[in-house]
Design a protein around this ligand. Structure first.
Ligand code: 13P
Ligand code: SF4
Length: 325
């Protein structure tokens, strides 16, 4: 029986206190909820740990829970499964994918890699397990610069799948990594023109951007970093106003930590709410309740793929620990 077809959500008794029910199920089943900052506010509020991709992978690696409910997208839940082959890893909606991961098909990437046998492969964690299995080291936006710099300058590197993050790392480190032509639909939608206008209207506001954004936007940003880094920056800064160029979910934690500061979501280049990730936002509290109750949908993976994909993830975790991240 495959659950999560939507109709089950409608069958939930509307008088149920989902927070209470989910907390009860977590305790009963020794389950932990790991949530990314791009999740809806109510999901962040019920999570045991909220974080960026590195923080979530680190938590997944050390959890003692029997069940991991991953409130994020598929590649994140897959990473948790790779680190915990013996545990049950659940995702509220199996369709929660990632445009960036989709922009790097394994067959095409394998062919690209074969064309450059003298290069090592550094891959952003936002990719499928098949791509991880073809990689030497995984990186996240938190550790990418340090991991790249841990290799000698003359080392030839392929960086995949995000060309914007890759270009940013090239700029910061003075490297010339060969970039795969992938990108994130959410971080490419921002309007440089509208953001420039917004900066004029709010001259004291600082523009905080994620490195998945395009170079022209990063060039006018006051701070560039992972979700955790921009959250921490907003907490520590004396500035009272910020324009946030990443997925809007992060603003929940920013606002919680600094209730007296103003956070303005950077406007997209059209009128839709395109800086909401449509994949992340597929997850709901109702789906989390159903997933925990029926222990479905579950992430299943081939053991051979798990073993191959685990090597570059473990290398990333070792390097991150060495760098104190
Ligand atoms: P981080 O939270 O690791 O910065 O990643 C952002 C992102 O796009 C996740 O999908
Ligand atoms: Fe993928 Fe972009 Fe959504 Fe992150 S925000 S999950 S990179 S599509």
């Amino acid at each position: 029986m495959l659950l999560n077809k939507g109709y089950l959500e409608k069958e939930i008794d509307p008088t149920l206190d989902l927070f209470e029910e989910i907390n009860h199920l977590k305790k009963e089943k020794n389950a932990v909820i790991l949530a990314h900052y791009y999740q809806d506010a109510d999901i962040q509020d019920i999570a045991d740990f909220i974080g960026d991709s590195l923080g979530l992978a680190q938590q997944a690696e050390k959890t003692k829970a029997d069940i991991i409910l991953f409130a994020g997208v598929h590649f994140m839940a897959e990473t948790a499964k790779i680190l915990n082959p013996g545990k049950k890893v659940l995702i509220p909606d199996l369709k929660a994918g990632c445009s960036l991961a989709d922009s790097c098909p394994p067959d095409k990437f394998a062919a690209f890699k074969t064309q450059h046998p003298d290069h090592i492969v550094l891959t952003y964690i936002n990719c499928t397990a098949d791509i991880k299995a073809l990689s030497d080291v995984i990186v996240t936006s938190t550790n990418a610069v340090q991991i790249v710099e841990s290799y000698p300058k003359e080392q030839k590197i392929i960086f995949a799948p995000d060309k914007n993050l890759g270009a940013y790392i090239n700029k910061v480190t003075g490297r010339n990594m060969l970039l795969w032509d992938g990108s994130c639909m959410v971080h490419e939608i921002f309007s440089l023109e509208k953001i420039t206008k917004l900066k004029h209207q709010h001259p004291n506001a600082l523009l905080l951007s994620h490195p998945e954004c395009e170079a022209a936007l990063l060039d006018i940003s006051d701070f560039i970093g992972s979700t955790t880094a921009i959250l921490n920056y907003s907490k520590k800064s004396d500035t009272k106003e910020f324009i946030i160029a990443t997925e809007t979910g992060i603003i929940h934690q920013m606002q919680k930590a600094s209730p007296n500061k103003t956070f303005i979501p950077a406007p997209p280049n059209n009128t839709c709410a395109c800086n909401d990730c449509p994949h992340m936002k597929l997850n709901t509290l109702e789906k989390i309740y159903i997933a925990l109750k029926y222990e479905q949908p579950e992430i299943f993976m081939d053991n051979d793929l798990i073993e191959k994909a685990k090597l570059p993830i473990s290398k990333m975790l070792e390097l991150s620990a060495k760098f104190g991240l």
